[in-house]
Write a protein that binds this ligand. Structure first.
Ligand code: PMP
Length: 451
């Protein structure tokens, strides 16, 4: 490995970071991580912290999952690559699809279309939604609806349904035919509604209003995260997603659940949809399917949707989408091992228990520090703190102050993620009670430093 000075000096010289200004990356070297063990990471200066970000919401099993590493090595040795394009397949991906059938069985999903990550999964699901309607003879259903504050990756279709201007404006014009409705975000919403249940009803009414305005016969799908993640961990009221399901059914619109974060245990259930008791028509997964050990994803398709494609005799059901790495055998081997470990360790139950501990601790921090305007979470291991400079006026915090919270927390043993005015926490699902205490005390130090 190159030495620390070389790495810091050259980090951004020949590489552009995603979601960063190149000049900022040059001026401010990031934390360069060189090692991961369990739920901890070590930077190039030897500083060790609990990874309260869990990589990027994906390293659910931590960094030392030997069965996954062994499975990857064995697959690389035996067959490092073979395609699943028409005419060929590989054994690993067939075994994986069989396992996913069982895993997502309760969600009514027994077909998988494999991808290389979350953005790919969103792209595929939205394309398949249009195609589904074409196969059924409703070619006019081409539009997409989604939530403001939603995040669906940065492919052009995903960016078009994204509900955050930061990922849109530089790349406009995006796809026509994408419309956004207000998110059930209790802390700030256009209705000034502070009751989560009433707010859910208002957002559902807005969805229905938009459907009527556009004409249901023009809409292919509604895409949503069961718990909004990158938008600042915004869990809706429990009535929201079932309400969306009911409206989509009534108007013949497909419901696509973007489970890239919420799939595989993060909410305390095996899927975010199941958490709310909903069966979507498609599910976008990625991230924890391979825990970050290999880039991989899967779109799960409901039996009812799959049967429309499979029964098609017109030829319109032929899938004209796919990637060189769809069904990559090494990714499939990693996913098989991750699924086995995920289930054997019942990580969803630990997510629920440690998530409750973390959420309670964050509420205590809010009582102590005025800079914390809102604490969100309470559904497994995804939480956010929204920071304000004035609690009454809910003035968003400045970049410098939240940056200092991040820095001091890091110095005191926890890597947290800053996204706009939010501190986001999505640690590995295998973390222990002591790690939660470390995260909370590091944040306590961070807030003390700015208060
Ligand atoms: N959907 C959601 C809900 C996500 O959180 C993300 C990534 N954070 C994506 C899609 C995009 O995934 P990827 O970065 O793997 O393309």
């Amino acid at each position: 490995m190159k030495d620390a000075n070389f790495l810091k000096e050259n980090n951004a010289r020949h590489m552009w970071h995603p979601m960063a200004h190149p000049a900022d990356s040059l001026a401010n070297p990031p934390d360069i991580i060189v090692e991961g063990q369990g739920v901890e990471i070590v930077d190039v200066d030897g500083h060790r912290t609990v990874d309260a970000v869990g990589g990027l919401w994906n390293v659910n099993l931590g960094y030392s999952c030997q069965p996954v590493k062994d499975a990857i090595a064995a697959q690389l040795d035996r067959l490092p690559y073979y395609s699943t394009f028409r005419g060929t397949s590989n054994d690993a991906v067939i075994e994986l699809s069989w396992m996913l059938r069982d895993f997502f069985g309760p969600d009514g999903m027994a077909r998988a279309f494999f991808t290389s990550g979350g953005g790919d999964s969103v792209e595929i699901a939205l394309r398949l939604a249009r195609q589904y309607h074409k196969v059924r003879g409703e070619a006019g259903r081409v539009k997409y609806l989604s939530l403001k504050k939603g995040y669906h990756g940065t492919h052009t279709l995903g960016a078009s349904v994204n509900g955050n201007a930061n990922f849109r404006t530089q790349y406009e014009p995006l796809m026509p035919g994408c419309y956004h409705i207000p998110a059930p975000y209790t802390y700030r919403n256009p209705f000034n509604e502070t009751d989560p249940e009433r707010l859910a009803q208002l957002c559902l009414a807005a969805l229905e209003d938009e459907i009527r305005f556009q004409g249901a016969e023009t809409i292919a799908a509604f895409i949503m995260e069961p718990v909004l993640g990158a938008g600042g961990v915004i869990p809706p009221h429990e009535s929201f997603m079932p309400g969306v399901r009911e409206i989509c059914d009534r108007y013949g619109i497909l419901l696509v659940a973007d489970e890239v974060i919420t799939g595989f245990g993060r909410t305390g259930d095996w899927s975010g949809s199941r958490h709310w008791g909903v069966q979507p028509d498609m599910m976008c997964t990625a991230k924890a399917i391979t825990n970050g050990y290999f880039p991989f994803g899967a779109v799960m398709v409901s039996d009812a949707v799959a049967e429309v494609f499979e029964a098609d005799e017109s030829g319109r059901g032929a899938i004209g989408s796919g990637y060189t790495y769809s069904g990559h055998p090494v990714g499939a081997a990693a996913a098989i091992a991750c699924l086995k470990e995920t289930q054997a360790q019942v990580v969803k139950d630990n997510a629920a228990a440690r998530g409750a501990q973390l959420f309670a601790g964050l509420e205590k921090l809010k009582a102590k520090y005025d800079v914390i305007g809102d604490v969100r979470g309470g559904h497994g291991l995804m939480c956010a703190l929204e920071l304000v400079s004035d609690r009454e006026a809910k003035t968003p915090i400045d970049k410098g102050t939240i940056g200092q919270v991040h820095r001091v927390a890091y110095e005191h043993g926890a890597m947290v993620r800053v996204s706009g005015p939010n501190v986001i926490l999505s640690p590995p699902l295998v973390l222990e009670a002591g790690h939660v205490e470390t995260i909370l005390s590091a944040l306590d130090e961070g807030f003390a430093a700015v208060s």
